[in-house]
Design a protein around this ligand. Structure first.
Ligand code: SF4
Length: 697
């Protein structure tokens, strides 16, 4: 029987970037969480929650939690782990990492951890390890969006707020399935459409749930978004719908861009995309005419070899229609993990210090002064995660890695090859709450606390910094990520004779936040005191009196006075296209009941009950063509690997295309199939398109 709860702790959902407020009910007698409720006072969710926020908390107390440090005995990769004390494990890690200071070391930070955890980890890597090889999972989701936004606008963040969805006159939902992936954001979209009459344009090769509400559904072929977006922009200009004042006064590069866009007539784009020319015209007219429209996108835009070009296509559309710098309009890349925004803000990137401050001399001096390390912070950009993995195959590549809260041997493309490369590492430390595919290869595994066992902050997709509050004591001997890394840093400083041990002696996460805010202009007005008193605050917030910023670009652009049009031609649709042996296009994504690779949600009984098997969604005509049965076991095979799953017939799929979620279920995972081909600008892998075949098992 469930015990009577005795106190409630307000904190932030640990799943997606919507950042809903949750109230955890804790039984004082057992120190166990017994329920999770919505938080009506949370400024982002205002009392809404999805199934993961409501029922997904039980993972924190799952018996599989790692409770003590583990050291591998005997053979690397295969020998058993033995339990160790913290002293033994951290001394071992310190003595081994000393050998790899500099570019042979790399660290992967966690977008599920707090801002404070991320800040300490990047500081450890830069200061103690002397390496800018620092990255996090944004490389695999929105790096093209960030790349394009930084180039065009000077900021890589969502421009407006979730509440703006409800004030928008038109929503363009492209390359994402918000009902499954960002359910509370999807609720706001539906409210805008149903209650306020907003128009909805869905652009997606799959028939997602939002299509039921759409005024227009454009079913472009995978990989053809550049042509489609160029053509929409061409119509806007051709029909005199461009925002002339905005273009003239607030942008640059218009003429060069238009020379390219003008080549994409709706008829030419129709031939490339499969979308009727009249539908392209209709979409352009709805988007460009008042009232204000909002562009919302996800991995269907970014996870392509032309991901950055796609993202620029969207930004060009916003610029030519003048739809930035106003309440209700703007651009909204839907971020995946709960703190992927904050992880970047905290400096977990290879080319910038906290607050997206590049490795410029002035910035390096400021951080050097604050950290007592002038001239000692490495000043050249490090490797992004996909290049870290590629480098493992070279003699001069990364040889030691420290990974917190990520599972690259499930999230990297072409997993068989990634596994081979990881086995070339000479030393691997994984710090996490559960054992997983990457931890199974580690030399040392360190037990971290979950979100429910520590204090800190997360920053959601609308740039809102929100409090994370400890609800229960650490499970077993686990410790917060920041605390483990600080302890390790001090031990290494002692071992090597580095003078920075006192740089890692924080008493509480608020001390870490205060240091980060002091060095980071976008956060400098935010403090735990304000967050506790006022609720979440949206950056930029430059002073304690500043209320936070609900929408960006009202007056200027961080890259200078003007935003920049950037032209791209439609390139090849994908690095790998169907052939006689592999006649189908594989599209990957997520499902409502699971979170990413499933390391957490596979351990939540209620969610597993709703989604126990890996489903391969396929059009019934393709099912017949390949001799399959609805509900039958099938094998999906690409040039790189295979998986087994259950065939699910659905007319939501177009013939010639199948969909597999990338959660690992029944030991099958989509990334055994995907292609390690990269967008040249952002280095994101092409998870959204590869060629496969499907057979009955
Ligand atoms: Fe959590 Fe996202 Fe669901 Fe909100 S929408 S409850 S943040 S998973």
């Amino acid at each position: 029987a469930v015990s009577a709860p005795t106190h409630t702790v307000s904190t932030t959902c640990p799943y997606c970037g919507v950042g809903c407020g949750i109230q955890l009910e804790v039984d004082d007698a057992t120190d166990r969480i017994v329920a999770s409720h919505d938080d009506p006072d949370n400024l982002s969710s205002v009392g809404m929650l999805c199934v993961k926020g409501r029922f997904g908390y039980t993972f924190a107390q799952h018996p599989d939690r790692i409770k003590t440090p583990l050291i591998r005995d005997g053979e690397r990769f295969t020998g058993p782990f033995r339990e160790a004390t913290w002293d033994e494990a951290l001394d071992l890690v310190a003595s081994r990492l000393v050998e790899y200071r500099g570019d042979r070391f790399a660290t992967l930070c966690s977008a599920k951890a707090t801002n404070e955890d991320g800040y300490v980890q990047q500081k450890f890597s830069r200061l103690v390890m002397g390496s800018n090889n620092i990255d996090h999972c944004t490389r695999l989701c929105h790096s093209p969006s960030v790349e394009a936004m930084l180039t065009s606008l000077g900021s890589g963040a969502t421009s407006n707020s979730y509440t703006d969805y409800e004030g928008a006159g038109c929503l363009v939902v492209i390359g994402c399935d918000p009902t499954s992936n960002h359910p509370v954001a999807a609720s706001r979209m539906r409210r805008a459409i149903v209650e306020r009459g907003a128009k909805l344009i869905v652009i997606n090769p799959r028939r997602i749930d939002m299509c039921d509400y759409a005024d227009l559904w454009l079913r472009a072929y995978p990989g053809t978004d550049v042509a489609l977006l160029n053509a929409m922009a061409q119509v806007i200009v051709d029909e005199g719908l461009a925002a002339a004042d905005f273009v003239n006064n607030r942008t640059e590069g218009y003429d060069d861009w238009l020379a390219v866009a003008n080549q994409y007539t709706p008829e030419r784009a129709a031939a490339i995309t499969g979308v009727a020319a009249d539908d392209i015209r209709a979409a352009a007219r709805i988007f460009a005419r008042p009232p204000v429209p909002r562009l919302i996108w996800g991995m269907g835009i970014t996870q392509h070899t032309n991901g950055t070009a796609n993202a620029h296509g969207l930004l060009n559309l916003a610029l030519v229609a003048g739809q930035l710098g106003r309440r209700g309009s703007g651009i909204s890349p839907l971020r995946g993990q709960n703190n992927v925004q904050g992880c970047g803000d905290a400096g977990c990137l290879p080319n910038s210090l906290p607050g997206y401050q590049g490795l410029r001399p002035d910035t390096l001096v400021r951080f050097g002064d604050a950290w007592g390390a002038n001239g000692r912070i490495p000043d050249t950009a490090g490797l992004v995660v996909t290049d870290m993995v590629e480098s493992m195959g070279r003699p001069d590549g990364v040889r030691a890695m420290y990974i917190t809260g990520e599972n690259p041997l499930l999230s990297e493309p072409d997993l068989n090859r990634a596994d081979e490369l990881f086995r070339r590492l000479e030393f691997l430390v994984v710090q996490d709450i559960f054992m997983h595919e990457t931890a199974e290869l580690a030399d040392v595994v360190l037990p971290a606390t979950s979100f429910a066992e520590k204090d800190g902050t997360f920053t959601n997709s609308e740039r809102r910094v929100q409090r994370v509050r400890q609800a229960i004591p650490p499970v077993g001997g686990s410790r917060p990520d920041w605390d483990i890394v600080c302890d390790l840093a001090r031990r290494m400083c002692d071992k090597v004779g580095l003078p920075w041990a006192e740089q890692f002696t924080y008493g509480h996460p608020s001390d870490i936040f205060d240091e980060m805010a002091q060095l980071t202009p976008i956060l400098s007005g935010i403090s735990y005191q304000r967050l506790d008193a006022e609720g979440g605050i949206q950056w930029p917030c430059p002073s304690p009196e500043h209320p936070g910023t609900t929408y960006l670009y009202a007056d200027d652009f961080p890259r200078g006075d003007r935003a920049k049009f950037v032209a791209f031609e439609q390139g090849p649709l994908a690095a790998e296209t169907p052939s006689e042996r592999f006649p189908l296009v594989l599209n990957t994504g997520r499902v409502l009941y699971h979170w990413h690779g499933g390391t957490i949600t596979r351990r939540v009984d209620g969610l597993m009950a709703r989604s126990p098997a890996l489903e391969v969604s396929i059009n019934p005509l393709d099912g017949e063509r390949f001799g399959l049965q609805d509900g039958g076991q099938v094998q999906v095979r690409s040039r790189r690997g295979s998986l087994t799953g259950v065939a699910r017939y659905t007319y939501r799929m177009r013939t010639g295309e199948i969909f597999v979620p990338f959660v690992r279920l029944a030991d099958s995972a989509a990334n055994f199939l995907t292609n390690a081909a990269y967008d040249p600008e952002s280095r994101i892998p092409e998870y959204k398109v590869c060629a496969v075949r499907v057979e009955t098992v």
